[in-house]
Design a protein around this ligand. Sequence first.
Ligand SMILES: O=C([O-])CC(=O)C(=O)O
Ligand SMILES: [Mg+2]
Length: 210
Amino acid sequence: MSYSKLTRFSEIGKKIIAVGRNYSEHAAELGNAVPSKPIIFLKPTSSYIPKICQNVNYEVELGVIIGQKGFDIPENKAMDFVGGYTCALDLTDFGTLGTSREARGPWSLAKGFDSSCPVGDFIPKNRIPEPDNLKIWLKVNNTLKQDDNTGNLIFTLPQLISYISKYMTLEPGDLIVTGTPDGYGPVSHGDKIKAGLGDVTEISFEIERL
Ligand SMILES: O=C([O-])CC(=O)C(=O)O
Ligand SMILES: [Mg+2]
């Protein structure tokens, strides 16, 4: 399958593996300690559905798309398994849908409702030669809300790929959303969201309530 022809990963429909608290300033704004191991959770592929956004918070994230199958991948081989990148949002509702962050219950509804994972275009790997030095930003109604660099990820892409693949076989089309920087916040009906990775790719959409 040629991923470069795809603009929405719903056409691929593989796992969405998400990383939590992977920027220390985001962990701090949540009042959480910097994790000693990656915090991993799953979002269902139905969360790609561009349906509605509810009472949610935005989180812009670097999405890594897996290009070949692998398990127990060593860190020094991990980048060979990357097929490309995308700008993804990990929309989150801890208010009405999910167990609160403080509680220890699962986050599945808070982070897995339909439309909770808007993604941009597939960016082939060679268009981002330095994924560990990439500006990541998000604007709400043209106001800059999140502005950081993937150089500040606590766990790097090779560390994440290696760690996740010890537990879950990675398959072509899987998407790893690598965690959000600080500055997350709520959106409401009519808000215009624009987010991007450096000046390589941009995603924009408007929030609609049912
Ligand atoms: O929202 C959270 O607490 C965890 C998360 O997804 C992130 O850090 O990107
Ligand atoms: Mg997130």
